[in-house]
Ligand binder design. Structure first.
Ligand SMILES: Cc1cc2nc3c(=O)[nH]c(=O)nc-3n(C[C@H](O)[C@H](O)[C@H](O)COP(=O)(O)O)c2cc1C
Length: 163
């Protein structure tokens, strides 16, 4: 099974979870970056933080045959209740996606990010085969790992069923 992960992360939490998923699934991990023309550290930081809520950004997405994956996991932090802008912006460009998409969302609130999931379902045109929501508290306490197996099972079992 060819699995790719494409995520955007500002402070590294989404990346950290994505790295663990990549390890468990033997998946390739890719990141959506934003171009930060400012040269100062503060300027770059401001651009990165605004990426959660900005209207339009200059983004860099690796050139990969996404549609040829058996599973594509899309990951992003939640900002103002929605998935971070860089991921939504890429999806708005109508990239070719595989049939099976799963979601990874991180947020500081413990509540399930229903709005962000709904948005991404619409933008991808796919009902996600699995959704992993990890709060900042889950990450600092390591409690998200208890849900990891269920997420991986959903990704893999549903693959077997549809293969
Ligand atoms: C500008 C900004 C807006 C945010 N808005 C929300 C929000 O609406 N809901 C939420 O639960 N978390 C919100 N967060 C928290 C991030 O989603 C959370 O810290 C996430 O783990 C960051 O992921 P990262 O480390 O990969 O960047 C916001 C963070 C920032 C910087």
């Amino acid at each position: 099974m060819t699995c790719r992960i494409l995520l955007h992360s500002i402070n590294g939490r989404t990346r950290k979870v994505g790295e663990e998923l990549a390890w468990e699934l033997g998946a390739q991990l890719h990141e959506i970056d934003i171009d930060t023309p400012e040269h100062s550290l503060a300027g770059r930081l401001m651009t990165r933080l605004s990426s959660l809520v900005a209207r339009s950004l200059s983004i860099a997405v690796p050139d990969q045959p996404w549609q040829r994956s058996d599973l594509l996991i899309l990951g992003a932090p939640v900002g103002n209740g929605r998935a971070a802008r860089p991921l939504r912006q890429w999806l708005e460009s109508h990239p070719d996606l595989p049939a099976r998409v799963a979601l990874l969302l991180t947020s500081d609130e413990a509540d399930y990010p229903a709005q962000a999931v709904e948005d991404l379902t619409t933008l991808t045109g796919r009902k996600p085969v699995a959704v992993l929501h990890v709060s900042d508290r889950d990450i600092s306490h390591g409690t998200w790992k208890g849900r990891l197996e269920h997420f991986l099972d959903q990704c893999v079992v549903r693959y077997r069923n549809s293969a």
